[in-house]
Design a protein around this ligand. Structure first.
Ligand code: NAP
Length: 307
């Protein structure tokens, strides 16, 4: 069976990753685009998901690549119309709204897939296997990038629900919640808000695992020069370093592997499997940690940010 997909929100990530991954996945066919200002040659194009659903174009599933604000209404419309649903990260603006989508998908017998693309980076599973075999002493996350380079003109990131620096930071949290053998919880946080923005530009977080191991995270959107997407774990078997967003793995400085990333191809293959087998995958743990940071974080106002 071929799953006919409608892609909603033809922006940066849709063009960079979703289109090539859909084209490379057996059993999927891109059937339509819904985006207010963009379309693709030779494909039906609609202003938004409601217009797509109301049309006579037949689709089985919807992928949402829009910003988190507004996702809930789009996702709900898709589920109510009987379409399976794949959500870009973060899966929504709040935990409760994604839980509501999960209940609706279940009631309708549809697949919902909250994707965390960074978990599919090539070195994440090897790191998880290593950590399962060694005692962990501490974890240090450093996720620092230049917002002007990676998110030019994306005003939604600075609005309520846009997450600010947690937009990339949640990728680190998605990896850590995958590779650590035990759960963790936030104990302390400091968030830096530009005086003209509703979302933070930097954050320092302290977590403890269930057995009390320290996990620290430093997120910053103001990094120029070399970019840093590293997770360093001190273990009984040496120092594990995941770098380049989970793409590379070294132990005690020795490179362990260098494989091609297949993040989005893995996500679409998994989505096709979930639909075919009538299952869902809905993991909110990275978003829970972000919500806790907004609950617990001490807020500092810093200089205004202009793109
Ligand atoms: P983007 O470039 O701003 O694209 C989002 C698209 O959604 C826009 O082009 C826009 O197309 C549409 N849209 C619908 N409602 C919108 C609204 N109210 N405000 C702005 N755009 C709206 O953003 P993106 O970087 O692709 O990110 C989209 C989602 O993917 C985010 O949740 C982000 O966290 C996630 N993501 C991004 C990256 C990345 O590297 N950029 C990586 C992984 C995941 P129309 O104007 O045509 O409707």
């Amino acid at each position: 069976m071929t799953i006919r997909l409608g892609l909603v929100g033809l922006g940066k990530i849709a063009r960079d990753q979703h289109l090539p991954a859909i084209a490379a996945t057996d059993g999927l066919a891109l059937a339509a685009i819904a985006s207010r200002h963009a379309g693709l040659p030779d494909l039906p194009h609609f202003h938004d998901v409601d217009a797509l659903i109301a049309s006579d174009v037949s689709i089985d599933a919807v992928t949402l690549c829009t910003p988190p604000q507004g996702r809930f209404q789009q996702a709900r419309a898709a589920l109510l119309a009987g379409k399976h649903l794949m959500l870009e990260k973060p899966p929504g603006m709040s935990i409760a709204e994604v839980e509501a989508l999960g209940r609706l998908a279940k009631a309708k017998g549809l697949t919902i897939f909250t994707t965390w693309h960074s978990r599919e980076a090539a070195a994440v599973e090897p790191a998880r296997a290593f950590l399962a075999r060694h005692d962990i002493r501490s974890v240090k996350i450093e996720w620092k990038e230049d917002v002007r380079h990676w998110h030019p003109g994306q005003q939604w990131i600075w609005e309520p629900g846009g997450l600010g620096v947690f937009d990339p930071g949640i990728n680190a949290l998605s990896i850590v919640t995958r590779i650590l053998p035990e759960a963790m919880h936030l104990t302390e946080a400091t968030l830096q808000f530009p005086e003209n923005c509703a979302s933070p530009i930097a954050a320092d977080l302290t977590f403890a695992t269930e057995s009390g191991l320290p996990v620290s995270a430093a997120f910053d959107f103001r990094q120029t020069g070399p970019q840093t997407w590293d997770i360093i774990v001190d273990t009984s078997g040496g120092t594990l370093k995941l770098s380049l967003g989970g793409s590379r793995l070294s132990i005690n400085g020795v490179e362990q592997m260098a494989e091609e990333d297949r993040e989005y191809r893995n996500l679409y293959r998994r989505f096709a499997e979930l639909v075919a087998t009538g299952q869902s995958e809905l993991d909110l743990s990275p978003l829970v940690h972000v919500a806790d940071a907004f609950l617990l974080g001490r807020r500092i106002v810093v200089e205004p940010f202009y793109d």
